[in-house]
Design a protein around this ligand. Structure first.
Ligand code: FAD
Length: 406
């Protein structure tokens, strides 16, 4: 296997930071570190995709507010200009003790490693999902959904959450409300039945009862049927029905959120626990060898974002959201830079999070809170406003900041 480490003479005194995964979390680490570290230190991102997009924009692909996937994608190779190396390819193996990775392009070890591989979609784990559902969680699926909604002329639309946990606890609810708004605008609301099926006990359960009740009320106001605690067993594309055991629910248009799981590379190297994801220290993001005592396992190896499980004080898990991946990424970048500079450890991650729940008609409800509060997250949800909807669009400014800045 070819080594990806440059010749000794090119290395100078610099350290090498390997970032596995160039999504929202991984690229935040890379950009923050590049701002903090002198250029002799290498920052290397391993990423299988050759372009980056924010999943947030997929909802706007679905509604037609973004025309096509190309509009929201940026080429990873442009990061070279910023002094961030991107190695395009699949991370196949990772050895956390040696801090070494094997990819289809070669192998490499580093002084620090940040695992930011996200959660993987597993549509194939539900029989029939691929044939019957439009996958909202992929750019191509969201774009196909845009065309399907445009052609839709009434009938039954089902939004299906096929497994939990999943990225962005609000997204399926936003999808349902955005679809409701668009079919009402299209004049077919009176001949369309819209419902949402999920294995969750309530919407955004980790945010608490009051937020869940508020979201259920929003669905009810819009006449969207809500069916919690439903575990999908199969989709039958031929007859147009989803099955929860023996219960069959017919559909004409199925909007699917597939089950998620940790990428196999982290499972294969033994980093996941019973949650299925990589347990990390809530503040430092170091990988835990014991979740109860918070004993950490591997020096200078961190994990952030959707690939992790962070146990909260009420024993629930921190939701999979970009704002958390980003906040954790900033903490890890600062910790690595401080360690290299022999400076004291900076502050840890504080569990603060927020989101904008889109409700249609250009409005979003702002939710925010302290997810590390005792005895459990303290989260509030404000009334929907057009200002919050505009604020949500600012996420996409990351595309300019990271890729288009000169
Ligand atoms: C429709 C939708 C709307 C959302 N809206 C919001 C929102 O409004 N606010 C919010 O905070 N969050 C939102 N999210 C969630 C947010 O996008 C994710 O939580 C966030 O992207 C997680 O970042 P991450 O870096 O952990 O993982 P990702 O962004 O998924 O990045 C992981 C990267 O690792 C790469 N990778 C994985 N395995 C390998 C491998 N073996 N080799 C090489 N590369 C690999 C992947 O290709 C990917 O690029 C939304 C998600 C969806 C689907």
């Amino acid at each position: 296997m070819e080594s990806l480490i440059p010749p000794e003479s090119d290395l100078m005194e610099g350290k090498t930071v390997l970032i596995l995964g160039g999504g929202w979390g991984g690229l935040t680490v890379a950009h923050h570190l590049r701002g903090l570290l002198p250029s002799e230190h290498r920052i290397v991102v391993f990423e299988r995709r050759d372009s980056f997009s924010l999943y947030v924009s997929y909802l706007w692909l679905m509604t037609g507010e973004r025309d096509n996937p190309e509009q929201i994608e940026r080429r990873m190779e442009t990061l070279k200009r910023e002094g961030i190396e991107v190695l395009h390819g699949e991370v196949q193996e990772f050895d956390p003790a040696a801090r070494s990775v094997v990819t289809d392009a070669g192998e490499m070890s580093g002084d620090y490693v940040v695992i930011a591989l996200g959660a993987e979609l597993a549509p194939g784990s539900v029989p029939g999902f691929d044939d019957g559902a439009h996958n909202l969680y992929e750019a191509a699926g969201a774009a196909r959904l845009q065309a399907a909604l445009r052609a839709f002329d009434g009938g039954r639309i089902v939004v299906l959450v096929a497994g939990a946990p999943f990225r962005c606890p609000a997204a399926p609810y936003e999808a349902a409300m955005l679809i409701e708004s668009s079919i009402r605008a299209g004049g077919i609301r009176d001949r369309t039945e819209l419902s949402l099926y999920t294995p969750e006990a309530q919407p955004m359960a980790v945010a608490g009862q009051a937020v869940g009740d508020a979201l259920e009320a929003m669905l009810e106001e819009r006449g969207i049927g809500y069916f919690p605690q439903r575990a999908i067993t199969r989709v039958d594309a031929g007859s147009g029905a989803i099955y929860f055991g023996d219960e069959a629910v017919p559909y004409d248009l199925l909007v699917g959120i597939p089950p998620h799981r940790a990428p196999s590379v982290v499972t294969d190297c033994g980093l996941t626990d019973a949650t299925g994801y990589v347990p990390v220290h809530p503040q430092t993001l170091e990988i835990l060898s014991d979740v109860d005592t918070l004993e950490t396992g591997y020096p200078d190896v961190f994990a952030i974002g959707d690939v992790t499980s962070v146990r909260l004080l009420n024993s629930m898990l921190l939701p999979k959201a970009g704002v958390f991946a980003e906040g954790q990424a900033q903490v890890v970048a600062a910790a690595i830079a401080a360690d290299i500079a022999n400076q004291p450890k900076p502050r840890g991650f504080d569990g603060a999070g927020f989101c904008y729940v889109e409700v249609g008609e250009g409005m979003a409800a702002y939710g925010s809170g302290d997810f590390f509060a005792f005895p459990g997250p303290r989260v509030t949800l404000e009334m929907p406003t057009s200002k919050s909807r505009q604020a949500k669009e600012e996420y996409e400014q990351l595309l300019d900041t990271w890729f288009d800045a000169r």
